[in-house]
Write a protein that binds this ligand. Structure first.
Ligand code: XMP
Length: 520
């Protein structure tokens, strides 16, 4: 557990898809919180963590299900404010003597409107800006009788107990999800909740930096650490932070798997070896990776191969470094959440992120993951705090498997070379038009299809490519970037003129969901 001196809030996770957004809203309010799966919260943990307030997340279960997720009863005796959300509300009522019923015909999914009762609740201060407030619901069951001590403060057509509270004990429970964007004024609810709980809002990035450094020193002692540097913001910030904590005990390994963007290897090596004076191994493993990927077209197989080879390469260099016992990674909070379900087993895996899971056991190395609790924008803030150049911090995310997942179908050196060139032209266009910082991530994917074209007076039969550019806050959801037609036209012309091997350019206008940002 992180050793922290500031106020802490505990989020007990019952498996909602949006639990991490609760953490997000709280972090925006400078509140430190930890998300713990319900089945890992026991009396000892509660005593050790000593939360100043607790939030019960939503979740997919029904309190009627056998073995339904429940919090330890002792959480209600801590004497701290509790906020239950959706399933968290139902659990709270169930545990405290209220009643929940199965939602036959009364399920609510999506937009709903909550009307306030006449009674005023401090939790709702400044919330009802009109006589009804839009909220986002996602529930089958609902509360049919509130627990003793509770009152109703808001109703929606299918949730007569949309907002309930016991102001004596400072227990609050809502049926909707205030943490999602579709509850437009939801952040106000969290703001009021933490105010009622007496939080000072003392969790800042400079505090995080100091704590993270102290934690790294404590965890690592005088052991050696190797860090996989990808050149992306996450691993760069992790490396700089760890270097600040333990200096030359850290050696970075930059693996060139042949799936990097144009000029990337040189940029990264110059930056860290020359500017930061970090011991850095530049592992040129292009032959190894591209050899093993030869003929492979299934996306998950590609990811697995790349993940496995990364491990092999790290293992090799861990030995070279001389008895490194730790592996540092720039794993972020969304990686952790997307990869591990609340019950400890695999949740619905959309894509296996190669930088989590499985590594330490196979390598006999322990993990140092100082960014594990942070969201992307928080990592950028930490990077600024650590003095990384803005041009580096502002770089678009780049996935560990690199261009492999932007090359649907079989990977060949020819396709990779074409892709690199096209990508460089595209990014150059975006920079020239001053759009780079407005876009979360932009890249080219080369499509596994050749199309017919005409250039000069000749027939061409070359690859088609897709441009991708998205806006996003956290990479969890995304929308396509609305380039002007002029921009798209100019970029297509440049790519076709400047990149031999491509004769057709398309623009991907899929949002996430239903698409993902990367093509694989
Ligand atoms: P998707 O494609 O799942 O991507 O919408 C969301 C964000 O995650 C990045 N991504 C990865 N990053 N290792 C990484 O370090 C991976 O295996 C990986 N797969 C996707 C992706 O670039 C986007 O920013």
């Amino acid at each position: 557990m992180t050793d922290i001196s500031h106020d802490r809030l505990l989020i007990i996770d019952f498996g909602s898809q949006v639990t991490q957004l609760i953490a997000r809203r709280l972090r925006e309010l400078n509140v430190f919180c930890e998300i713990k799966p319900f089945n890992t919260v026991d009396d000892a943990y509660l005593e050790e963590f000593a939360p100043k307030a607790v939030i019960f997340s939503g979740g997919p279960s029904s309190v009627f299900a056998e073995g339904a997720p429940m919090p330890p009863q002792s959480v209600f005796d801590l004497g701290v404010p509790i906020l239950g959300i959706c399933y968290g509300q139902q659990v709270m009522m169930h545990c405290l003597g209220g009643k929940v019923v199965r939602g036959h015909g009364t399920a609510e999914f999506g937009r709903a409107f909550v009307t306030p009762s006449d009674e005023k609740l401090p939790l709702l201060e400044g919330w009802f800006l009109t006589d009804r407030e839009q909220v986002w619901m996602s529930h089958g069951d609902h509360v049919s009788a509130i627990a003793p001590g509770f009152e109703v403060f808001g109703t929606s057509p299918n949730a007569p107990f949309a907002i309930t509270g016991d102001t004596e004990r400072n227990f609050y429970a809502v049926q909707f999800h205030p943490e999602v964007h579709h509850t437009p004024n939801g952040a106000r609810l969290y703001e009021n909740f933490i105010r009622l709980a007496g939080f000072k809002g003392d969790w800042t990035m400079s505090a995080y930096r100091e704590e993270a450094i102290a934690n790294i020193r404590e965890q690592v002692g005088d052991a050696k650490v190797i860090c996989g540097l990808s050149g992306g913001v996450d691993s760069s910030v992790a490396a700089v932070l760890i270097h600040e904590a333990i200096g030359d005990q850290l050696t970075c390994v930059f693996v060139d798997h042949g799936l990097l963007r144009k000029g990337e290897a040189e940029e990264v090596v110059t930056m860290f070896r020359d500017n930061y004076n970090m011991p850095l191994i530049h592992a040129d493993e292009q032959e190894l990776f591209l050899g093993e990927l030869d003929g492979v077209s299934d996306p998950e197989t590609k990811r697995k191969i790349i993940g496995r080879l990364f491990i092999d390469v790290f293992q090799k260099h861990a030995i070279e470094v001389g008895d490194a016992t730790f592996l540092a990674q720039g794993t972020l909070y969304p990686d952790v959440i997307e990869s591990v379900s609340f019950s400890g087993g695999p949740s619905v895996t959309i894509k296996s992120h190669h930088n989590v899971g499985g590594l330490p056991e196979k390598m006999g190395l322990k993990l140092v993951e100082p960014l594990r609790e942070l969201f992307k924008d928080e990592v950028r803030e930490l990077g600024r705090e650590l003095g990384l150049p803005p041009s580096f911090i502002g770089r678009h995310p780049f996935p560990g498997p690199g261009l492999a997942i932007r090359c649907p179908g079989e990977i060949t050196r020819e396709k990779l070379d074409i892709l690199r060139e096209a990508d460089a032209v595209y990014i150059d266009q975006i920079r020239k038009h001053g759009l780079y910082d407005d876009i979360w991530q932009a890249f080219v994917a080369i499509l596994p299809v050749r199309t017919v074209g005409v250039m000069g007076d000749g027939r061409t039969y070359d690859f088609a490519c897709a441009l991708r550019a998205v806006t996003s806050v956290d990479g969890m959801t995304a929308d396509y970037y609305p380039f002007t037609h002029d921009f798209l036209g100019e970029t297509a012309t440049r790519i076709i003129n400047e990149v031999p091997g491509i004769n057709r350019v398309t623009y991907d206008i899929t949002s996430k969901p239903p698409g993902t940002i990367e093509w694989e």
